[in-house]
Design a protein. Sequence first.
Length: 148
Amino acid sequence: MQEPLVVRQERRIPAPPAAVFALLTDPEKILRWMGTEAQIEPQPEGLYLVNVTGARFARGSFREVVPVHRLAYSFGWDGSEVVPPGSSLVEIDLIEQPDGTLLRLTHTGLPNAEQCAGHAEGWNHYLGRLAEAAAGRDPGPDIMAGRK
C-alpha cells in the first residue's frame, strides 16, 4: 500500500550510474533535460537552484551526496506558500544494472494529494527527458516550458 503524500518513481536509464549522476549534479548537464538555468553545489548544505520551466525556480539544499549512488536535497518553489523552498525532500538512488541504471526517486514532505499528483506528473516528465539525455538523444523542446 502506498503511504499518503509520498511520490515514488522508478526509471531504467540506459547509462551507467556515473553518467546519470553527472546529469543530476552538473549544472550544464542538467540543462540538457530540465530547466533554463541552474546553480548546483552537490555537497552537504550546498545550493540546489534550478529554473525548471523558465518561469519557476526550485530551491533547496543538499542533505546527502554519495557520488554516483545517492542524492538527497530539500526542495520547494520560490514564492510559493504551499511548497516553499526547502519544505520537502527529494531522495534519488542510482542502482547499477547490467543494462544501465535503475533510478529510484522518493519525494516526501508535500502538503497534500494535489501537490503529490502534480509533482508526480512533473517527475515522470523530467525523468523521461533525463533517460533520453542519458541515452545520448535530444529530448526535444520541453512541453512544460513557461509553466508556473
